[in-house]
Design a protein around this ligand. Structure first.
Ligand code: FAD
Length: 328
């Protein structure tokens, strides 16, 4: 590990100024991803600005929704009574990730900004365009079981690893950011990028941009929502495929729906085509399958992950079917 300095920021403005003023500086949340990367040689910040103890650790009600501070720990968020009651999809997604010990430490912002688990990204002896732009993609033609089937590029086929982010994208979450130029908000779905020819950039954030909160809008039908994660082990394992869904039924019809997919793309994938297909139609298994297939028409699987297309379709159908049965 290379030497680095450590600063515990007193307030968000101080944290932003400290990182923005130094190209090699990075924010430190719980450190469960960044410190691993420092040990592996994947990241080498020369200054860590600790934002985990800023007064951004509250979950507050706002206009029927919730404002979640960036430093709220994953365990606390999953256990929060209003999250469990109003957004069960989020509680389930959080609890499906990592381990109890990790969730006790991991923060909301750090979870959103955790980096891909692509083995080539984490192995500094192999080429990786995300780690070293222009060096090549070892996954193309390599091990691709966990890689993207949607929205990838020839430069990068990595997937975004966060479970929590998939649920938040389905819930139309909005991210609050404090940057060197002031405060702004943006939809979480627009925070993330597809790899294109710049896979080193996971998000649209600039150096020095601090996430201060995530806002979940009022969405009454999210009380009937679910997260389904398909993985190689029952715990302590990242998603091969995951589905976050909320369903609003009007008799046997779908009045409204929210659907997002994990493990399939460089970002949490909002399944807008499937949602459009479902709205106003029958809440039947056939309709759920057609909607999933419409979304997956754009899938371009790799030799090692063609199974993910059927797996995603089946996971979408199973999740929506369970929600529909719950509503009858
Ligand atoms: C063994 C293991 C298994 C795991 N399994 C899963 C899993 O199944 N599902 C899952 O979703 N996750 C899983 N994780 C990942 C875990 O959820 C993340 O490591 C954790 O959420 C990161 O949060 P953190 O606060 O520790 O982030 P950190 O490591 O502190 O930071 C991560 C990134 O976010 C940046 N950052 C932190 N706070 C801010 C802020 N406020 N504003 C701007 N940038 C910020 C940092 O600079 C860094 O780039 C696993 C991790 C491990 C080690």
């Amino acid at each position: 590990m290379i030497p680095f300095e450590y600063l515990r920021a007193g307030d968000p403005a101080e944290a932003v100024a400290a990182v923005a003023g130094r190209p090699g500086a990075a924010f430190l949340g719980g450190g469960t991803n960044l410190v691993d990367h420092m040990k592996l040689g994947v990241a080498g910040p020369d200054l860590l600005v600790d934002v985990s103890r800023l007064p951004l650790d509250r979950v507050e009600e706002i206009a029927g929704g919730l404002r979640i501070g960036a430093a709220v720990r994953n365990s606390d968020l999953a256990a929060h009574p209003l999250v469990r009651e109003r957004y069960p999809v989020l509680a389930r997604a959080l609890l499906s990730g990592a381990s109890g010990q990790l969730r006790n430490v991991a923060t909301t912002a750090g979870n959103l900004l955790q980096r891909t688990r692509c083995p080539y990204f984490q192995d500094v002896t192999t080429p990786c365009n995300k780690r070293v732009p222009g060096s090549g993609c070892s996954a193309v033609g390599g091990y691709t079981r966990y890689h993207a089937i949607l929205g990838a590029s020839e430069h990068c086929v990595a997937t975004h690893p966060s479970d929590m982010a998939v649920a938040m994208v389905a819930l139309d979450a909005v991210v609050a950011v404090l940057g060197p130029g002031g405060a702004r908000t943006l939809p979480l779905a627009e925070l993330y990028r597809l790899p294109g020819d710049a896979p080193q950039r996971d998000t649209v954030l600039e150096h020095g941009d601090l996430i201060t909160a995530v806002e979940l809008p009022h969405l009454p039908f999210a009380r009937r929502s679910a997260y389904r994660k398909v993985r190689d082990r029952a715990s302590f394992s990242f998603a091969l495929v995951s589905v976050a869904a909320a369903l609003d039924l009007d008799g046997g019809l779908v009045r409204d729906v929210r659907l997002a997919l994990g493990g399939v793309a460089h970002k949490p994938w909002r399944a807008a085509r499937a949602e459009a297909e479902l709205r106003g139609g029958p809440a039947t298994e056939d309709a759920f399958r057609r909607a999933a297939e419409a979304e997956l028409a754009a899938a371009r699987p790799l030799p090692g992950n063609a199974f993910k297309v059927a797996m995603t379709r089946n996971a979408v159908v199973a999740t929506l079917r369970a929600l529909a049965e719950e509503g009858r």
